[in-house]
Design a protein around this ligand. Sequence first.
Ligand code: BES
Ligand code: MN
Ligand code: MN
Length: 459
Amino acid sequence: MLKCYTQPAAKEVVIPIQAIATKEFEHWLSKQKDKIKNWIKTTKFKAESGSSCLILDNTGRPEHVLLGVKNAEDFWAYGALPRVLPAGLYQITAKLSKENLERAALAWALGTYQFSLYKKQPAITAQLALTKQNNHKQLEHLVDTIFLVRNLINTPTDDLGPAEIAEAVVKVADECKATVTQIIGDDLLKEGYTAIHAVGRASVHAPRLIDLRWGNPKHPKVTLVGKGVCFDSGGLDIKSADGMSTMKMDMGGAAHVLGIARLLMLNELPIRLRLLIPAVENAVSGDAYHPGDILATRKGITVEVTNTDAEGRLILCDVLAEAASEKPDILIDVATLTAAARVALGPDVASLYATNDKTAEKLLQCSAVEKEPIWRMPLHTAYRSYLDSQVADIVNAPTSRYGGSIIAALFLKEFVPDEIDWVHFDIMAANVKSQPGRPEGGEAMIVRTIYSFLEEKFK
Ligand code: BES
Ligand code: MN
Ligand code: MN
């Protein structure tokens, strides 16, 4: 398969991509020759972000490409091009900052993604010619990582159960010289991970906790946790067919943190990294955990299961308790935790919860630069009372339908001591419709934001 970008040879002819800001379009058009004016009229090109127009020379060959952009920061627009341009070698000519030039190349590459494991997809034949300014290695790390995250999310459950998630983690660990240990099946009970076991025990694919470690133990401790529910049927509180239809993607948080870990390790950040992924299938069987069950979680907090479909917070609570016990310098979890977060912010905007205002601010800054939208949500402690239980310390799901994402975050917070710099992301991990650089399906939504935040903090 043709690589979507290349370092061209010195004299190779490239087709320039000319970016035109939507607001400047009319002015720009007024200064063009009649030939261009007429062609633009014919094609109805209006320089809207991500729209493009191919200009041919007198011999009928591509001469240059016009690309509509919002402004110089609108690197995502470049992601629309590889799917619409004919075969050829194209080059970005806009005077972008070094970072945005790299992001534009990344957007192009991300726009070529196809999930072709099960179906041959039409070939994409347009290639981007990198300039000397592009950091080829860094681009490759990002593209490979994001494609890995997308592939994991898109792979159906039958081919991506807890064991296969572990395989994916081991593969990355081998590549980066990290170590992986696992606690599998009934051993989870022996080691005190009762909630992970309860959620995962109904499946023939045993639940497991995957634990990757890397780096110098003397360096600051970064711990990443990801929700790895390979399929969420809802358990005995079974989901509707519609609600279940996308639940192969309920391991999106795990895929995210694996991607972030890969970037941290490849770039050799001076940190001690720990990656924890509870991997389970929330299945229905004679041995499924029940509504009404009371779980003695790892931290000693008892949890009344009021809804078996609120399984993500259960597997995460045991892991957060373990992660926090080491007093990491920062603890970040990523999870496809609630439908309520999607009602509040829609599919594309990730919900951020943080105990430390500075951390939240920095993350918001990174998100604005990387153009991966996130929105901070409140850990509104007054809602803690919705978790009150008559028979246990807390319930896993309140009877009220209101504030579902916040209450899920408050549930997790019970397992993390106040002094820990803790960040929780409630995300969708998928595009419901295609946008430039972001085709429909599994998506690494906040991988670059979290990576750049950690790079800034620890490098
Ligand atoms: N995995 C789902 C949340 C989800 C749904 C994420 C749709 C992305 C898209 C989670 O396990 C779940 O089922 N949450 C319930 C919790 C409720 C029972 C308290 C929800 O949000 O409806
Ligand atoms: Mn669920
Ligand atoms: Mn779930």
